[in-house]
Design a protein around this ligand. Structure first.
Ligand SMILES: NC(=O)c1ccc[n+]([C@@H]2O[C@H](COP(=O)([O-])OP(=O)(O)OC[C@H]3O[C@@H](n4cnc5c(N)ncnc54)[C@H](O)[C@@H]3O)[C@@H](O)[C@H]2O)c1
Ligand SMILES: O=c1ccn([C@@H]2O[C@H](COP(=O)(O)OP(=O)(O)O[C@H]3O[C@H](CO)[C@@H](O)[C@H](O)[C@H]3O)[C@@H](O)[C@H]2O)c(=O)[nH]1
Length: 436
């Protein structure tokens, strides 16, 4: 079993560190946020990932996992895995400044024949650039992109669809592949550039799939078709598959927006016109306006009616269900747009606690408070528990029984016996509940 350091204790770093400790490795996890490290050393995990707190506590008590803010304990170490942020820079590229600054410090610390593993999502050429920054002929850089989803981080790490190891050096690649041997997942050995590109290619493809179904949903509305039925037919084709065919308020989160943007910049730089990806990004930006128009119609009866003073209750604020992450949440982009139009917003999200306000939204601790005196309720995130709310009670406290279901979450059964008039997405029959 290896002794390794993981740098960055966020969604990817903390999950990787805790899971690699579970797989028997000795892991020191470094983060430059002292309060996060103190919290972690006390066995507390600040992100909502099923199974992660248990794994962190298990690692701490077995001694396989420890946390620190300092790079000093890494002196002489054989392997360092970088799980640092690579956010969108102002020009749309991936901002590698944090990664590069840490790489600049690692050259002096790594032991002989050390390996640096790039788990962050990084553009093609980063492994090569990292090797330059390390300035150590004996140290190898290996690309090992991560594909976990928020809300399923531990499950995805321990049971991945595939492991990608992009190494120019066979032995360094073997050492990284060995970390995952006990997961039984297929390991794809590639050159570093292919590993780097494969990560962006996967996220961009997922984004295009959702944009495709969102535009299809608009078409369904125009033509009187049901997007759920169209998607069900498409999804049963093995070549297409049923995942990522649910229309909604657009794709968001900490990865798809920045990664599509970075891939577009990479393509531009390489002289390739990636028009279909550009269109998918444009369609996604437009999707929020599509939803706001839908809400405006439902509340005022007209696409140009005024929302000034309208009380709108929002169910769901996070970018998807199963996470507390609000980064690049389409729900918040819609909230901002509604607030600009003068609407007064109250919101509830099971993943958002301990906050009074998120952007323009006053956060309530209970869905009933969101419905209270509301001119409309809008479902923005697909939390399954919203199906089981007491919709009759929500209707009783609302000013008007208007419901906009941007995730097509609620079916006729959930709303049976209530006066709610539901507007879904791509249903072709606005104002009518439809079976999912
Ligand atoms: N979030 C995901 O679902 C996901 C999945 C796959 C890949 N990725 C990629 O993994 C990388 C990390 O993403 P994340 O979501 O875990 O980020 P994150 O923001 O959750 O975590 C990053 C961590 O790095 C720490 N950090 C920042 N600068 C540091 C420094 N100089 N030294 C030490 N620690 C430092 C931060 O304090 C934070 O804890 C990104 O490239 C991302 O694209 C993310
Ligand atoms: O049918 C669908 C599926 C998804 N979404 C939206 O698409 C976005 C992204 O969802 P998801 O991919 O589940 O989120 P992430 O957890 O950010 O995971 C993505 O980004 C990670 C970071 O790179 C990758 O590791 C994962 O493989 C990749 O799925 C969210 O806003 C979802 O609501 C839809 O609107 N409809």
């Amino acid at each position: 079993m290896a002794e390794l350091a993981v740098i960055g204790a966020g969604y990817v770093g903390l999950t990787s560190a805790a899971c690699l400790a579970r797989l028997g490795n000795s892991v020191v996890c470094v983060d430059n946020d002292p309060s996060k490290v103190d919290y972690l050393l006390a066995g507390e995990v600040g992100i909502a990932e099923p199974g992660l707190p248990e794994l962190v506590r298990e690692g701490l008590s077995s001694g396989k996992l420890t946390f620190t803010t300092s790079l000093d304990p890494l002196r002489g170490i054989g392997m360092v895995m970088l799980c640092l942020p690579t956010p969108m820079a102002a020009d749309g590229h991936a901002d590698l400044s944090v990664l590069e600054s840490v790489l600049g410090s690692l050259g002096d610390l790594l032991g002989r024949d050390g390996v640096v593993v790039l788990k962050s999502t990084v553009p093609v050429g980063t492994a090569e650039r990292a090797a330059e920054l390390l300035c150590r002929a004996d140290v190898q850089v290996v690309g090992n992109p991560e594909f976990l989803r928020e809300g399923f981080a531990v499950e995805d790490f321990l049971h991945p669809d595939r492991i990608v190891v992009g190494a120019a050096d066979q032995e360094a690649g073997d050492r990284v592949a060995a970390l995952y041997a006990s997961t039984g997942a297929p390991v794809l050995r590639t050159d570093p550039a292919s590993a780097e590109l494969a990560k962006y290619a996967s996220n961009a493809f997922l984004a295009m799939k959702v944009s495709y179904v969102n535009v299809l949903a608009e078409l369904c509305e125009r033509l009187g078709a049901e997007v759920a039925e169209v998607a069900a037919v498409m999804g049963l084709d093995d070549r297409i598959g049923p995942a990522f065919l649910s229309p909604g308020p657009g794709w968001g989160g900490s990865c798809l927006p920045k990664d599509t943007s970075a891939l577009l910049r990479t393509a531009e730089h390489a002289g390739i016109d990636f028009a279909m990806l550009r269109d998918a990004v444009r369609a996604n930006a437009r999707q929020q306006a599509v939803i706001v128009r839908k809400i405006r119609c439902a509340v005022t009866g007209s696409a140009s009616g005024s929302l000034a003073g309208a009380r709108i209750g929002l169910l769901g604020l996070t970018f998807k269900a199963g996470t507390g992450d609000l980064r690049h949440s389409p729900a918040l982009a819609i909230a901002d747009e509604l607030a600009r139009a003068g609407a007064v917003l109250t919101g509830y999200d099971p993943g958002v606690t301990g906050r009074d306000k998120v952007g323009p939204v006053t956060v309530a601790g209970d869905p009933t408070l969101v419905a209270k005196e509301a001119d409309a309720i809008v479902v923005l995130t697909e939390w399954p528990e919203f199906r089981d709310l007491d919709w009759a009670q929500l209707a009783a406290v609302a000013a008007r029984p208007v419901l906009v279901d941007t995730r097509n979450l609620l079916d006729a059964r959930a709303l049976a016996g209530t006066p709610f008039l539901r507007t879904g997405v791509g249903t072709g029959k606005p104002g009518e509940p439809h079976p999912r």
